[in-house]
Design a protein around this ligand. Sequence first.
Ligand code: ADE
Length: 247
Amino acid sequence: MRFDVFTLLPDVFPPYLESSILQRARQRGLIEVQVHNIRDWTHDRHHVTDDEPYAGGGGMVMKVEPVFEAVESVLGYDDCCPVILLTPQGRVFTQKVAAELSAHPRLALICGRYEGVDERIRQHLATDEISIGDYVLTGGELPAMILIDAVARLIPGVLGDPGGAADDSHAAGLLEYPHYTRPPEFRGWRVPEILLSGDHAKIAKWRREQSLLRTLERRPDLLETAELSEKERKFVESLKSKVNPDL
Ligand code: ADE
C-alpha cells in the first residue's frame, strides 16, 4: 500500500517511519510512504505557501495553488485514490475508518497548517476529510502519521502475528481483554490462574468476558453498537448492577 503525504514539514516523518514495525513493513515492500514538500511547488522567490485571509479575521491561510500543483503533479489528474485532508473539521477517525481505508492500494494525505486551508482545497481537491479527535493541533502532520500507523498495521504481514490486529481493542467494537506475561507472580500479584491452566476453551471464554466487562466499565457507549450474541447481552446485563448501579 502506498501513502503520498503532502506537507510543509517533510522532516517530521522519517524519524517515526524509520523505526520499528513501520520500518520493517517498508523494507519488506508492504507499505511505501512518499513525503512531498508542498513548498517545492511554489514559484515565487520566497516560496510562500500562506497568505492573509480575504476580509480579515486573523491568522494565515494555506494557499490553494501550491497544494493543487503538488497533488496533481504526483497523482495525475484522474481519481487515482482517495485524497484525504487532515482537519479538525473532518469525520472522526476510528478503527472502522482505518479498516475502510486499508482496502485501498493508495492514499494521498494533505496536512493542513496555519489557521486553515483555502476552502477550494476542500471543495475541489480533497475527496475526504478526517479528524483524529475533537481537539486542535498545530497541523495535520501528527494526524497523518497516526492514520498511516493505524492503517498500515491492518495490512496483512505488517504485524508479526497474523491474529494480532483481529483481537485489538476496537477491532470488534469492544476493548481488549487484559494481558499478562512472566513472571506468574510479582510483588504478590498473581496472574489469573485460568491463563496458566492450558484450557483453551475456558481461556477464550474468560477473555471474552473480560473484554465485555472492561468495555462496560470504561466505554459503555461502545456496547450499544458492538455485535454481541443474545447470551453475551444477558451477561452484560447481569454485570451492570455490579459495575455501576446507575447503568
Ligand atoms: N489538524 C489540526 N487538528 C487536527 C485534528 N484534530 N485532526 C486532524 N487534523 C488536524
